[in-house]
Design a protein around this ligand. Structure first.
Ligand SMILES: Cc1cc2nc3c(=O)[nH]c(=O)nc-3n(C[C@H](O)[C@H](O)[C@H](O)COP(=O)(O)OP(=O)(O)OC[C@H]3O[C@@H](n4cnc5c(N)ncnc54)[C@H](O)[C@@H]3O)c2cc1C
Length: 346
């Protein structure tokens, strides 16, 4: 069967590329083996402010400009709710942090997002003697629902295979790729940390960071905003909250660990004073890059092989814009910006 593209991996990167192909009436088939799950467990937050230092996220405004209509379009196409606007309350740990907050609020970039005041805490279940800074026009995408629904959509069209892509079976000639029953113009690899098994791209300089998350049931907490301190506490409805996330640079397994859980619980108990019960514990590996920029482009030797990876800690914001950039590069020969081009590592 002839297709324009084969996509390997269906996390946020693979999904964004598939949707971009659909918009351009290109044919494709996806291979997905459930070996990674960053996109499934992700908090799904989009927020243009780095909450540690109150600085702008790289390229965030343009990424938001593309991402929000992208997810709105998918809500319509898949007939499902995905985008949940939610404010963020950043707990201040000192007077100095309050001052830093006001300094940042003075910058035009933040005008739409950071409210220039210190909010007092009136919730006895929260420990915040220095109050909060509120960030608005932020939200979360329900990535699990999005991926599940889009997989169903592709399965109905016969455009996804739930199996491992076997790299040894891919054959290349000058302009074409052959894989099992398929002949394609290009394979786009979107495997997240799974790229380490890919003989063509395994040497890209990833600095993967495992993250663990808890879901808790805390009936007395009663917050309808995302609370951020050393961990975030995100309301899920029905008194359930997602709590995360850890950063582990050495453990590359997908399994949740006791250490990860204890770290989250220790931090959580410093923030909330109410009783809670842990109901779920998950882990995933963020495909982060040493220079903190995504990795896009063609294989230096094989033009028919391309990559979309390195979405790091911000896949929700990055994926739609990066998918568009890669498509324009592959299909229309547009140049890639140096800072995202895989060629920067040559
Ligand atoms: C704990 C945690 C919290 C996070 N919170 C946020 C957040 O709030 N906001 C945000 O924007 N980002 C967040 N992220 C980051 C976000 O999850 C990632 O940026 C994003 O999911 C990366 O997507 P991806 O598609 O590149 O990789 P992945 O999600 O890892 O997807 C890769 C896919 O490829 C498949 N695959 C791999 N190899 C093969 C093969 N050989 N054959 C077939 N299939 C294959 C895997 O099964 C997987 O489905 C978080 C991540 C973690 C771990």
């Amino acid at each position: 069967m002839n297709v324009d593209y084969i996509i390997v991996g269906f996390g946020l990167a693979g999904l964004a590329f598939a949707e971009t192909l659909e918009k351009h009436d290109k044919s494709f088939v996806v291979f997905e083996d459930n070996s990674q799950n960053a996109s499934i467990v992700a908090g799904g937050m989009y927020n243009p402010v780095i909450l540690k230092r109150f600085t702008p996220v790289w390229d965030a405004i343009d990424q938001l400009r593309i991402a929000l209509p992208f997810y709105k379009g998918l809500e319509k196409k898949l007939d499902v709710k995905l985008d949940y606007p939610i404010d963020i309350y950043r707990i201040f740990s000192s007077i100095e942090e309050q001052n830093n907050w006001f300094n940042a609020c003075d910058k035009p970039f933040f005008a739409k997002y950071m409210i220039p005041e210190v909010r007092k805490n009136s919730n006895e279940a929260i420990n915040a003697p220095f109050g909060f800074g509120k960030i608005t026009n932020t939200g979360k995408i329900d990535t699990k629902v999005l991926l599940d629904k889009y997989k169903d959509y592709l399965a109905n069209k016969g455009a996804i295979h739930f199996e491992q892509f076997d790299y040894s079976l891919a054959a290349l000639d000058n302009q074409t790729v052959f894989y099992k029953d398929y002949v394609a113009k290009c394979i786009v690899f979107c495997e997240g940390f799974g790229v380490k098994r890919n003989p063509y791209f395994k040497d890209i300089p990833l600095r993967e960071a495992k993250g663990e998350l808890l879901t808790i049931h805390a009936p007395e907490l009663r917050i309808d905003f995302l609370l951020k301190s050393s961990v975030f506490i995100m309301p899920l409805g029905n008194d359930h909250y997602k709590v995360g996330a850890t950063f582990n640079w050495t453990d590359k397994t997908l399994l949740p660990t006791e250490d990860g859980k204890n770290e989250l619980l220790t931090k959580l108990k410093r923030i909330i004073t109410t009783d809670f019960e842990v109901v779920e514990h998950v882990a995933g590996i963020r495909p982060t890059v040493k220079d903190r920029r995504p990795i896009l482009g063609k294989h230096p030797q094989y033009e028919q092989l391309a990559i979309l990876n390195g979405l790091g800690t911000r896949g929700v914001l990055l994926a739609p814009k990066m998918a568009t950039k890669l498509f324009d590069h592959l299909d229309n020969n547009a140049d890639l910006d140096k800072e995202i081009d895989i060629a920067r590592f040559d």
